[in-house]
Design a protein around this ligand. Structure first.
Ligand SMILES: C[S@@+](CC[C@H](N)C(=O)[O-])C[C@H]1O[C@@H](n2cnc3c(N)ncnc32)[C@H](O)[C@@H]1O
Length: 497
């Protein structure tokens, strides 16, 4: 017998399937999203949602769903219960129907890899499926094997083209190509960013830390790089005349992370000395702090969720990283921990929910992020049916971090990084009037006299010569620089409110 929630979940699945057959993939996604929390053990639901994601052009999201569906569909304990979920069909026995669902899921998995241009993985998935074709398992299971063969041929051809174009083997193996226009289509974050609540919260905090020297404003950054609209963004401007080399404000980072190569405080990333070392009182926890105050701050914000947890897998990835971007994986686990602690979605954390994302439309998608996401969910014991922590949320956080984190290296190795709520509101100019200084770069200082009403700007990439900066800003931050000095400048960079 079904429980009430399983029955309701099944109804959502069927409604989703109907929307899929009408080509209404967004409604289908909404229905599947209503069904999953009611019965996260329904592998068919995950597999069907993966198809909705594929049709909506988000293979990276489909990948997590096909993986989950496979795990559930081959789980022997869930075996009998799965049969309950198979829709009765006169022409096929329930057990064969279930096998058909499994084959379809493998094909969706191969399609997701192919759409991401991860051809080696796509070929492997197709070959795995083709092995089943003449096996006993596939007997009397109707399935479109021609589609698998076609996909396999397509992937082999594309892979050969890639390799003959140059040595892209490493790229083809580890990075997919996904699209993301600053937000997922079902997200309302863009408008939420400018909500009255966000605006007031940020405005008050900026007035407070700068002693009202500067204020939050909305600015017109000219033509958007992803749509036809004029882009309205946040910016900071002087409320009074500021002299040259004056401290504008100093901000405590919201969170910091470090690669564990040098021993640092888990709360503020300050180097630990023999005089300043406070060990977490939990004997099975390895984290250390500068003092009890840092420990208590961390405990309240995120450490409660992470105390004693083994994050070695994530650290290994971070330590192998070549750029400070690899530290973003440590930010992700902290952001997910903070959200779990506050019982909200990571995208609703008030200290970060105003932040912009990279604006590139095509992204390098590191295949490993699927595993990192599953690791974060497992370490924090977040149930997979809690869609406030869905994979697209993880990706949004990653894109937001790639735009807003201030990182530091220790020689060639990414060492530590900071996430500041307010410094993240300062726009870039190639000829800026301010910069960030101090040991952790948390002091905003004027470089010249700034007149009342002038925008406060910094240079996001000061090490790079101005000729290369436009390309570097686009590559690393997804910014089409529209500052008055840049050739691409097309807007007024002016205040609108
Ligand atoms: C660190 S945030 C700065 C605050 C941001 N304007 C906001 O509304 O939150 C970086 C974002 O600001 C925008 N931005 C900053 N400087 C820019 C520039 N010179 N040209 C174009 N966009 C810029 C980009 O959209 C980028 O995503």
């Amino acid at each position: 017998m079904y429980s009430a929630s399983k029955k309701a979940s099944l109804e959502h699945r069927l409604r989703g399937n109907e929307a899929m057959s009408n080509g209404d993939f967004k409604t289908a996604l909404e229905e599947y999203n209503k069904g999953i929390p009611l019965n996260p053990d329904d592998g068919i639901l995950w597999s069907n949602r993966s198809l909705a994601y594929l049709k909506l052009g988000h293979p990276e999201l489909a990948l997590v769903d096909t993986n989950r569906a496979s795990i559930i569909l081959i789980d022997p304990v869930l075996g009998l219960r799965k049969l309950e979920l198979v829709q009765k069909d006169e022409s096929i026995s329930p057990i064969n129907k279930l096998k058909q669902v499994g084959f379809k899921n493998l094909l969706r998995n191969a399609q997701a890899y192919s759409d991401l241009e991860l051809f080696i993985d796509a070929i492997k998935s197709c070959q795995e499926l083709m092995k089943l074709k003449n096996s006993f398992t596939a007997k009397n299971v109707p399935f479109n094997w021609i589609e698998v063969e076609r996909l396999l041929q397509h992937c082999q051809k594309r892979y050969n083209e890639y390799v003959s174009e140059g040595d892209f083997k490493d790229f083809v193996q580890h990075y997919g190509i996904s699209s993301f226009k600053g937000e997922y289509p079902w997200q309302s974050r863009k408008t939420d960013r400018f909500s009255e609540e966000n605006f007031r919260y940020l405005k008050d905090r900026i007035s407070e830390i700068s002693a009202s020297k500067v204020k939050l404003v909305k600015v017109n950054l000219g033509q958007s790089s992803v749509s036809d609209t004029i882009e309205i963004q946040y910016g900071i401007e002087a409320q009074e005349k500021i002299s040259s080399h004056e401290l504008i404000f100093k901000e405590t980072p919201f969170i910091t992370v470090y690669s564990r190569i040098v021993e640092r405080c888990d709360n503020c990333s300050t180097k630990i000395t023999t005089q300043s070392k406070f060990k977490c009182p939990n004997s099975s926890c390895k984290e250390v702090y500068c003092n009890i105050r840092c420990y208590q701050q961390a405990l309240e914000l995120f450490h409660n969720q992470l105390c004693g947890k083994d994050i070695t897998g994530i650290l290994t990835v971070v330590q192998k990283g070549k750029s400070t971007a690899s530290l973003n994986n440590l930010f992700l686990i902290k952001l997910f921990a903070i959200a779990k602690q506050r019982d909200i979605s990571p995208l609703d954390i008030k200290e970060i929910r105003h932040m912009t994302s990279s604006q590139q439309t095509k992204h390098r998608f590191p295949k490993i992020s699927v595993h990192l996401y599953e690791d974060v969910m497992r370490i924090l014991e977040i149930p997979i049916g809690d869609l406030r922590f869905d994979f697209w949320v993880f990706n949004c956080c990653l894109f937001m971090l790639s735009m807003n984190v201030f990182g530091e290296r220790n020689g060639a190795i990414p060492d530590k990084a900071y996430l500041f709520s307010l410094l993240a509101l300062i726009n870039h100019q190639c000829d800026p009037n301010a910069s960030t200084i101090g040991e952790i770069g948390n002091q905003l200082i004027s470089e010249k006299v700034i007149q009342k009403g002038e925008a406060i700007t910094i240079n996001y990439d000061p090490r790079i010569s101005s000729r290369e900066r436009a390309a570097s800003l686009y590559y690393f931050f997804g910014i089409n620089c529209k500052c008055p000095k840049c050739r691409t400048f097309s807007g007024s960079f002016s205040k609108i409110a």
